[in-house]
Design a protein around this ligand. Structure first.
Ligand code: CP3
Length: 337
């Protein structure tokens, strides 16, 4: 497994064929997933290891992507900090924190509340049977803190901004507790067999560069803790452009960037050691297969991107054949030496 093209590309090797995978490759764009959703809620699928393993494998078998991502959600780690998490269909936190006193009442991280994730990693590894690496993941500190404070839709982060300006030490305490939980869960996922660890910090740029800078030491604590595992770490934040100059401080091996930057801009900000993943607009997958091939090859032309992919998740209305066209276009692009 250690010489798989996906792992090699994350460490900036130059495999003969470029590897690809797509965020949200499993899920509502796949008929096989929609059929399972007729029988089970999203939470049932994610919390039943055999079903989660089955959904994890669907895009590997259906599209020929070069990595599987565990079928789970960034939100579940918050259950280990006593948050009540639900989906409708977006995340809901039933007992949000709103003050320094709320933050002080948080207990330590109880990983037993996340044992279904660890079990799903084990089952997915068995199901994948060595075909492709498995990505284990959770959320980033500011993103999860924002969900824990807003209680659901992120909007313009009203509660988060209020705590940030009025009780900054409370926000610090929350980020700290979440970073400890995220590191512990990702370490456990690695020990259970996850080959790559990914931190989805979707909303990390929402408070601008200053807010990102505030969260960065907590991200760094996670990536430092994960060094022990020896597994490559991918970090993702939306609105990459707003934080590009600070991004390398996350300490990851690879960065998933969105379309607000060009790969060349990402490369000059991140330096030569980090792998770059991305960054087509997911709407590109709504074109014809020929248009998709053209967009993919244009993305790959200058050889800067290590893992050609989307800048965000596959949209639910994406035709399956178009995801297939994307994967074939990546694989058919010859590596120029
Ligand atoms: O295929 C994969 O990428 C793996 C599965 C996965 C899910 N969520 C399943 C899911 C991953 C990697 C995530 C990460 C996630 N979850 C993020 C970070 C990535 C991003 O989107 O920026 C965030 C912010 C969440 C929180 C979350 N969970 C949202 C906003 C939603 C609603 C999404 C929507 O479009 O309605 C969810 C629910 C969720 N998580 C679904 C899936 C497949 C939809 C569940 C369903 O109704 O079937």
């Amino acid at each position: 497994m250690h010489d798989h093209i996906f792992l090699s590309a994350l460490l900036r090797g130059r495999p003969d064929v470029y590897p690809t995978w797509l965020m949200r490759q499993a899920g509502r764009s796949m008929a096989a997933y929609r059929a399972m959703r007729e029988e089970h809620s999203f939470i049932e699928l994610a919390k039943t290891p055999a079903l989660a393993a089955e959904v994890t494998a669907q895009p590997v078998e259906g599209y020929g992507v070069d990595a599987a991502i565990l079928f789970s959600d960034i939100m579940f780690v918050l259950q280990g900090l006593d948050f009540e998490v639900d989906f409708n269909p977006g995340p809901v936190v039933r007992n949000p924190v709103r003050s320094a006193a709320d933050v002080r009442r948080l207990g330590g991280f109880d990983i037993d509340q996340c044992c279904f994730i660890i079990e799903a990693v084990r089952e997915a590894k068995v199901r994948l049977d060595g075909t492709v690496p498995l990505i284990g993941f959770t959320g980033g500190p500011l993103t999860l803190a924002a969900y824990a404070m807003e209680g659901g839709a992120i909007g313009d982060m009203e509660n988060t901004r209020r705590l940030y300006s009025e009780e900054p030490e409370a926000l610090g305490g929350l980020l700290d507790a979440i970073a400890v939980a995220v590191a512990a869960l990702l370490e456990a996922e690695a020990d259970a067999g996850a080959d790559v660890l990914m931190i989805f910090d979707t909303w990390a740029a929402r408070l601008g560069a200053e807010g990102f800078n505030r969260a960065l030491p907590h991200v760094r604590k996670i990536t430092d803790a994960l060094k022990r595992t020896g597994k490559p770490v991918i970090y993702m934040a939306r609105d990459t452009k707003a934080i590009l100059g600070l991004l390398a401080g996350a300490g990851a091996d690879a960065y998933a960037v969105d379309w607000t930057v060009t790969p060349a801009e990402a490369r000059s900000a991140l330096g030569g050691d980090a792998a770059i993943m991305g960054n087509l607009d997911p709407a590109a997958l709504l074109g014809t297969p020929d248009e998709i091939e053209e967009a993919v090859h244009k993305l790959m032309e200058d050889g800067v991107v290590d893992v050609p992919s989307l800048g965000h998740g596959v949209r639910p209305d994406t035709p399956e054949e178009n995801v297939g066209a994307f994967v074939r276009a990546v694989h058919s692009f010859g590596r120029r030496r």
